[in-house]
Design a protein around this ligand. Sequence first.
Ligand SMILES: [Zn+2]
Length: 112
Amino acid sequence: MHNEENNEKKSTMNPCEQLDEETLFMVSQTFKALSDTTRIRILHLLSQRECSVNEIAEELSLLQTTVSHQLRFLKNLRLVKFRRAGTTLYYSQDDQHVMDLLQQAIHHACHD
Ligand SMILES: [Zn+2]
């Protein structure tokens, strides 16, 4: 996806000085991921523990198809990962930055 020249440029650039198109897109995708109440509930649960699709559906009273759909979305953004145990997939959070953002937003929603 990136050539070496681009990577070199990126690593020496202060990330706050200039937002290139790719960075802007990824930032907007991050907030998009956090802009849906179902995804927020799933991410919050996975920030606490690893869960199978069944466990997420049961814990949050959601349809399994809904959970699977949202997990695919979150997996594409590399915000969750899974491991396979037999026929069961166990999902967990895969990005501490975004978990920190979520935690900040929850604190913001709850403070006076
Ligand atoms: Zn606040």
